[in-house]
Each structure stands twice: as structure tokens, then as C-alpha cells.
Design a protein around this ligand. Structure first.
Ligand code: GMT
Length: 418
């Protein structure tokens, strides 16, 4: 297959899913074109080499095809070794390209008009590489751009993956609702990352169409339990519980609740909290940590593509979100053998089995989440048991070999026109 994957570049689950999918597909022998406004944050040299891909970097502006809008930044040859288990037919060597969407810069317009330049870039890629399929991650603006490119007369199929707030928050906002609905209805195939999101999409947008549920996945070789015991000592003493929260610090994540839970835990036992990520609520979390007089025990770190190092040393992962269509970070924690304490919302109950690999409490139930966290921290045997069950669940139900073939089937069916 020749396909383009259109995604957000910023730190967030949808970009991670899109990037990992692109890497895997290239590894299986397909020609994959990632299209985004920046190089996606987890498309690092380290990740390329972990996946057996050698990157062959062109610098910006050196696009040999002389395109006006999409420029090749990286092109890589794939080694198929890792993904042979998933391949049924003989394959040729795959390739991975990254194309940057540029924004229009005309004095007349105050807006960047990126969805339009994205559509133009995709149309150009369809012509240049004879793409079979465009996989848009997020209904708006990406599916809208892909549909526009397709409707320019280029014979290409559009598969859209809904990730969450594109439907549950932004998408149902009256400012976007009709555009989101059109993106969902006009795509050739639609997938959602949980049953909960598929239901919300039908209810919020009033659409009645097939939406295939394909959960997020995790690489259990990358996200492993504590591989480096000395590393934990950088953040906590052996007798201190180490709590972790990772997000993009949007209000929908309720990161302040992680601080409140931590303050409750500290009343009962020694502990430390790592808050990793950047976003609009970060300063308010810092302020709250000072207000609750726990700031000395909370460490704020910038978002990092190598999150597995931190996951592997935590004792409990906190995800107190208002909405969470799936919770990829929670899955990464589970694969790392870390129990999850989270809100009972969205797709989280489809991932975290209550009492087995963590605890789910109502949104905003600080006392309940504090108690659940203490129950894990205060019982080393229970913590180990829950961590093992969490990892087992991640491996059994969410490893690449289970999830990726589902995307391949959607592609096959869509290309066959069914
Ligand atoms: O959670 C975020 O704010 C990031 C967001 C994104 O769009 O990148 O994540 C969404 O997609 C992930 C991958 O499918 C899901 O695992 C997250 O649960 C989902 N976030 C929300 O629904 C809030």
C-alpha cells in the first residue's frame, strides 16, 4: 500500500497512535507518508532505530521534487524483521516519509488557513505517489482536509480515526458540530478508540453509520517494568511511594486533582509526585502545590518522548480526567507494571479492570482516589500483584499483534469498497 497518515504533531495520544502505526506499516513493507505541521513528537531518531528504520534526512527546503507545500524531511528504509509475524504475503522493503504542511502567509489573511494547505499538500502527495489511502487522525481538521483532497477528483479512500475530544469536546461545539458531522459521514471508513467514543459520536453528532472500535496499543518490549532500579532513586527514597501523572495539562485532564490526591496521600505516608507534560493548566498546578504546601515533594518535568523511563519506576499512575476516550498513557503505565488510579469516565472502564489492575473512582472524587492510592502504596504484595495483572492485560489485549491487524482489515475492506 501507498498511504498517507495525517496527524497532530504535538504531544498527545492521537499523534502517538498515528506515529506508531506509520512505523509499523513501514516495517511491514508499505510506503507510508506522515503529514503534519511539524515532525510528530514521538517520531524521534531513537524510535526510528528501535523499529529497525534507518532515517535518511533531508533538510527543509531540499525536497528533490520541488513541491511548493509539502516537503520531504525524512525518508527511511524499513527492516521488516520486527513485524514479520503480522505479514502474510511476501513484502518488499517499506519506506517512511515525513512531509511538513506549511501555512499560507499572505498579508491579506490573519489566519494560517492550515486545513486548506493540508488539503492541497495531500492532493499533491496523492498525485506524486499514487496514494491508495489517506488515514486522518482526528475528525477536524484532518478528516475534513483529507476529504477535500479526495473530492478534488483524486481517486483515494479516506479512513478517519476519532480519538476523543474531536467529538466529545471540540467536535460537538456549535462552532464545529456540522463540520465534524460531515467529516464523519463523508469518510470512507471511521474507527473510534473505544466503544464509549463510538457511542458518544453517534449521540453527540446524531450520526448513524458504521464505526469500528480499534483500541490503542502498546509495545510491551518498550514499556517494561523497572529495568533500571537505580533510576528510581533519582525521584524517591525506597520508603517513599512514587506517584506519576503524565498529560498535556488541559483542563479536561483535571491535573489539579492529581496534586490534591497526592496531598491526601502525604497526610498518611511519605511519597513523591512526578507531574510530566506541558499545557495550559501547568501553572495552576504549580500554584496549587504551593498552596497545599506539598510543592517540595512534587517535581514538574517537561513532556518527553522517552516517557517509558519514568513509567517504569512509578508505583501508581494517576489519571483523574474529566473525559478520556481511551487513556493511552494509562495503558503505557499498565504495560510498565504500574497500577492505575483513574476516573470512571469514557473508555477507561474498557481498559482498567476495577480492582484487578487499578481503581476507578467518580470524576473529582479526591477522597476515593486518595484511599485507592493508599491501598496500593501501603501493601507491597497488592501493588506487585496489581502491577503484574496490569501488565498481563496490556500484553494480552493491547499488544501490537492484537490491534494492528484490525487497522489492516479496515484498510483492506475500504480499498475493496466494502
Ligand atoms: O488526551 C489528550 O489530551 C490527547 C489526546 C490526543 O488527541 O492526542 O488523546 C486522545 O487520544 C488518545 C489516543 O487515541 C486517547 O488515548 C486519549 O484518551 C484521548 N484523550 C481524551 O479523550 C481526552
Amino acid at each position: 500500500m501507498n498511504l498517507a497518515i495525517l496527524c497532530h504533531a504535538s504531544a498527545g495520544g492521537s499523534g502517538v497512535v498515528a506515529t506508531e502505526l506509520a512505523l509499523a506499516l513501514a516495517g511491514m513493507g508499505h510506503a507510508v507518508h506522515i503529514v503534519a505541521t511539524e515532525r510528530p513528537f514521538r517520531l524521534t531518531e531513537e524510535r526510528l532505530s528501535q523499529m529497525g528504520l534507518q532515517s535518511n534526512l533531508f533538510s527543509l527546503g531540499q525536497d528533490p521534487a520541488g513541491s511548493s507545500l509539502a516537503r520531504i524531511v525524512a525518508s527511511s528504509r524499513a527492516s521488516v524483521a520486527r513485524w514479520l509475524g503480522l505479514i502474510t504475503k511476501p513484502v518488499k522493503t517499506g519506506s517512511l516519509h515525513f512531509h511538513q504542511i506549511l501555512s499560507a502567509d499572505y498579508p491579506l489573511f490573519q489566519e494560517a488557513l492550515t486545513p486548506l494547505t493540508a488539503a492541497n499538500s495531500i492532493a499533491e502527495l496523492i498525485d506524486r505517489y499514487q496514494l491508495d489511502l489517506v488515514h486522518a487522525h482526528y475528525a477536524i481538521p484532518h478528516a475534513t482536509s483529507a476529504i477535500l483532497a479526495r473530492d478534488m477528483g483524486h481517486p483515494v479512500k479516506v479512513v478517519t480515526t476519532l480519538h476523543g475530544t474531536d467529538v466529545t469536546l471540540m467536535g460537538k461545539d456549535p462552532a464545529f458540530a456540522r463540520t465534524t458531522k460531515h467529516a464523519v459521514l463523508a469518510s470512507d471508513a471511521v474507527t473510534a478508540v473505544s466503544e464509549s467514543l463510538a457511542r458518544d459520536t453517534r449521540a453527540n453528532l446524531g450520526v448513524d453509520r458504521e464505526i469500528e472500535v480499534i483500541y490503542n496499543w502498546v509495545d510491551p518490549e518498550r514499556f517494561q517494568p523497572n529495568r533500571d532500579p537505580g533510576y528510581r532513586a533519582r525521584f524517591a527514597q525506597p520508603d517513599e511511594g512514587l506517584l506519576l501523572h503524565v498529560s498535556n495539562f488541559r483542563a479536561v485532564k483535571r491535573p489539579q486533582d492529581a496534586i490534591r490526591v497526592f496531598a491526601g496521600v502525604l497526610e498518611k505516608r511519605p511519597a513523591r509526585l512526578l507531574m510530566i507534560g506541558d499545557g495550559p493548566e501547568r501553572q495552576s498546578c504549580l500554584d496549587l502545590a504551593h498552596e497545599l504546601e506539598v510543592a517540595g515533594r512534587v517535581q514538574f518535568l517537561d513532556s518527553t518522548p522517552q516517557i517509558e523511563k519514568f513509567m517504569s519506576v512509578a508505583d501508581v499512575f494517576l489519571l483523574p480526567s474529566e473525559q478520556e476516550s481511551f487513556g493511552l498513557v494509562a495503558l503505557e503505565a499498565m504495560s510498565s507494571g504500574v497500577p492505575v488510579v483513574a476516573s470512571r469516565t469514557g473508555g477507561l472502564p474498557e481498559l482498567v479492570v476495577e480492582g484487578l489492575c487499578g481503581f476507578l473512582r467518580p470524576i473529582g472524587d479526591i477522597a476515593g482516589m486518595t484511599e485507592a492510592t493508599l491501598e496500593i502504596l501501603n501493601n507491597a504484595y497488592r501493588r506487585r500483584q496489581m502491577g503484574e495483572a496490569a501488565r498481563e492485560r496490556a500484553i494480552q489485549s493491547f499488544r501490537p499483534e492484537v490491534i494492528l491487524p484490525k487497522y489492516l482489515k479496515v484498510y483492506e475492506r475500504t480499498l475493496e469498497g466494502n
